[in-house]
Design a binder for this molecule. Structure first.
Ligand SMILES: Nc1ncnc2c1ncn2[C@@H]1O[C@H](COP(=O)(O)OP(=O)(O)OP(=O)(O)O)[C@@H](O)[C@H]1O
Ligand SMILES: [Mg+2]
Length: 319
């Protein structure tokens, strides 16, 4: 069942840009430019793309904060811009860059306000709060004013606030930004639990690809407001024409060697780096090197997903 549906959704902004020394002229920015996709109930989808791609604009439209310029949009059967209040019961949002908590109030009071705003029944509120407090280790922080919390603590507090009313969909816009490795791990663990145990549908925007690797079965890459890739992480390697690297140590330093099926990308003394297509076997290349040159040692490096994505972003920018 599709929980999120977009059909040819567009959103433009009019900005005043400098044109010459004194003149300013109006210019249209197409932040989202014909987006169509669906997300099924229970999915955890990574929504990634370079800066300015239109990710936050999409999420703002999906929460009803922004109205689309055109196109059709439905979340849990609701048109977000028209029925914001009805939608609010069905969604939870976390913006990593800013908090939805009351700055001067203790966490506990923010949660209490959420309980009233969403009219959460007592038993359900208790159960959800207890679960979040336990999983996010919030017990010691409940009476601390939000402004005194560290970034990682505040983020955990925000996650709990977004989930107290049992939303069907959780939008996360850079939930791990600025967090240390341990805090990131804890947030990811919590999100996995929410997605797999509670069955909450998750749409996750992040620049940290480890978030995606650890949580998302599906990833959508967007650029210039359009979908440029939609599929599994594995497919991304193929689509990005990713390469593996064979690192060889020869008996002595020599100029770049010649081996069919691979190209030398770096030479450092006796060590040379040979790139070859990720889906090909390394065996024939190793054999060819050993056959022609005095080989001392070797290792194969898997392509980093970062490199694949970086290349993909670069290609999109040029193309
Ligand atoms: N309120 C606004 N007024 C004018 N232009 C805007 C507004 N909001 C976004 N834009 C423009 O729309 C485009 C998409 O912005 P958006 O914030 O959706 O990008 P993003 O993918 O979230 O990027 P980032 O990774 O940097 O967060 C950008 O060119 C941005 O400058
Ligand atoms: Mg953004």
């Amino acid at each position: 069942m599709a929980l999120i549906e977009l059909q040819d959704v567009r959103r433009t902004f009019t900005v005043r840009a400098k044109a010459g020394r004194l003149r300013r002229e109006k210019r249209e920015v197409r932040a989202v430019d014909g987006l169509s996709f669906t997300v099924d109930a229970g999915e955890c989808v990574g929504y990634i793309g370079p800066n300015g791609a239109g990710k936050s604009t999409t999420i703002k439209m999906l929460t009803g904060i922004l109205v689309p310029s055109s196109g059709r949009l439905r979340v849990a059967g609701v048109d977000p811009a028209r029925e914001r209040t009805r939608l609010a019961q069905r969604i939870g949002v976390v913006f990593g860059q800013r908090t939805t908590l009351w700055w001067d109030l203790p966490l506990r009071d923010s949660y209490e306000l959420a309980r009233r705003i969403y009219r959460i029944p007592d038993a359900r509120y208790r159960a959800n709060l207890d679960r979040c407090v336990e999983l996010l280790d919030l017990a010691a922080l409940l009476d601390t004013p939000v402004r005194q919390l560290s970034l990682g603590q505040r983020m955990r507090g925000d996650l709990a606030a977004a989930l107290l009313h049992d939303p069907q969909v959780l939008y996360l816009d850079e939930p791990t930004i600025g967090l240390d490795v341990v805090s990131k791990g804890r947030v990811r663990e919590f999100l996995r639990e929410v997605n797999t145990q509670q069955g909450t549908t998750v749409l996750l925007t992040t620049h940290d690809l480890t978030d995606i690797e650890q949580l998302c079965g599906r990833v959508m890459v967007i650029d210039h407001g359009r979908v440029v890739y939609d599929g599994g992480l594995d497919g991304l390697h193929a689509a990005g024409e990713s390469e593996r690297t064979l690192v060889v140590d020869l008996a002595e330093a020599r100029p770049a060697i010649a081996v069919p099926g691979a190209r030398v990308v770096k030479v450092e003394g006796p060590r040379q780096w040979l790139a070859f297509p990720a889906q090909q076997s390394a065996a024939p290349i190793v054999a060819a090197v050993a056959d022609r040159y005095p080989l001392v040692d070797l290792s194969v490096r898997e392509p980093a997903i970062e490199d694949v994505i970086a290349r993909m972003y670069a290609e999109v920018a040029i193309g």
